[in-house]
Write a protein that binds this ligand. Structure first.
Ligand code: NDP
Length: 330
């Protein structure tokens, strides 16, 4: 038996989540069984703990889109008992059982060995949000971003993706402008290395202007919506926005085409879910190298499986600061 957060659906279609003891025979098919140590709370987890939103196919369900732990048993040559591993993506926690339990069984292809120098707790303080932030920064670098070109904007900065993006960009020597709708997080964001705090409302007003003054040398955008429409018009010539999420809405508003054709701005879409193995290993390696671990500690909000229903509701409302790390065994 192992302990897990189980989401059940009643006949009226209403879901409820509770911590329960589950038999190991109920784990899904897979090559590798992992003793999970830590998981996290991402926006998608909020959906899977609560309404499902079309992500979860079958109930009862164990959510948790990422986890880190130790291999318990493996039928795949790449992994042996005792290996430390991390998992993000592959729709684990959505259409198969995920990390909100003391045990998880997955396909070996879905795992990445934990990079040297990173603990399972640190790996989950980074988690899917942090991996996505790193993939976004790597995409900006591939398109020419380097320190000294001007301020790099991070939207949704006090959230998970934004916090890690802020800390990594600052460590790499960039000037970081952090956009937040929560002024009280200003000191936290400066502690992560932001040099400038931008109020959310300064970038959410929709204007009819086709272009504005060139300000930003790059952008990691977790918000989309009206803000992305404004930001695109303020990008410097030939720079890029790496768009990862839509916490502020799916529609981009404003005179959209002008930044692309008159300023050669690139809009790069970042998806962490289906990243090839090589990219995930490279990104985790960069995280171990470029993420200041003392700043990572500042982002952590520790929690247990029992806290998850409330945390799921909070992240859907944009109320979570930094990264929630679930100690699955606590
Ligand atoms: P969080 O909830 O931790 O952070 C999102 C932040 O966005 C909030 O903290 C808030 O920041 C800001 N925000 C929330 N609502 C609004 C709004 N209406 N208008 C403007 N800003 C808003 O989520 P994550 O950082 O984990 O994820 C961010 C987005 O990225 C989500 O949409 C998520 O689904 C997506 N994502 C995508 C991935 C991919 O592979 N592409 C992987 C991981 C996440 P503040 O209070 O500072 O303003």
């Amino acid at each position: 038996m192992f302990k897990a957060l189980l989401v059940e659906k009643d006949e009226a279609g209403k879901t409820s989540a509770s911590v329960q003891e589950i038999g190991e025979d109920r784990l899904p098919e897979g090559d590798v069984t992992v003793a999970v140590e830590y998981s996290t709370v991402n926006y998608k987890d909020g959906l899977c703990i609560g309404p499902g939103a079309g992500l979860v196919r079958d109930y009862p369900h164990v959510p948790g889109i990422d986890f880190a732990g130790t291999v318990e048993s493996s039928t795949d040559d790449r992994y042996k008992p005792g290996d430390r591993v991390v998992l993000t993506g592959w729709r684990v926690g959505e259409n198969r059982w995920g990390g909100y339990g003391e045990k998880a069984r997955v396909k070996a292809d879905m795992l990445v060995p934990l990079p040297q120098g990173l603990t399972t707790r640190q790996a989950m303080a980074v988690g899917t949000a942090g991996l996505t932030a790193m993939l976004a920064i790597m995409a900006l670098e591939d398109h020419g971003l380097a320190p000294g070109q001007g301020p790099v904007l991070v939207t949704g900065a006090a959230g998970g993706v934004g916090s890690v993006a802020t800390a990594v960009l600052a460590k790499l020597g960039h000037e970081v402008a952090a956009v937040t709708g929560r002024p009280e997080t200003g000191d936290y964001l400066k502690g992560l290395g932001a040099t400038q705090i931008v109020a959310r409302e300064d970038l959410t007003e929709v204007t009819r202007k086709p272009l504005e003054s060139e300000v930003w040398a790059g952008c990691v955008d977790a918000v989309a919506g009206a803000m992305l429409g404004r930001v695109l018009k303020q990008m410097k010539y030939g720079t890029s926005v790496a768009a990862v999420g839509l916490a502020g809405g799916a529609a981009i508003e404003g005179a959209l085409i002008t930044p692309f054709i008159l300023r050669g701005v690139n809009l790069l879409g970042i998806d962490s879910v289906m990243q090839p193995y090589e990219n995930r290993v490279r990104a985790w390696g960069r995280i171990a190298r470029d993420l200041p671990m003392d700043r990572l500690e500042e982002m952590i909000q520790p929690a247990t499986l029992g806290d998850l229903p409330a945390l799921g509701r909070a992240i859907l409302k944009g109320e979570v600061k930094g990264r929630v790390v679930i100690d699955v065994r606590a």
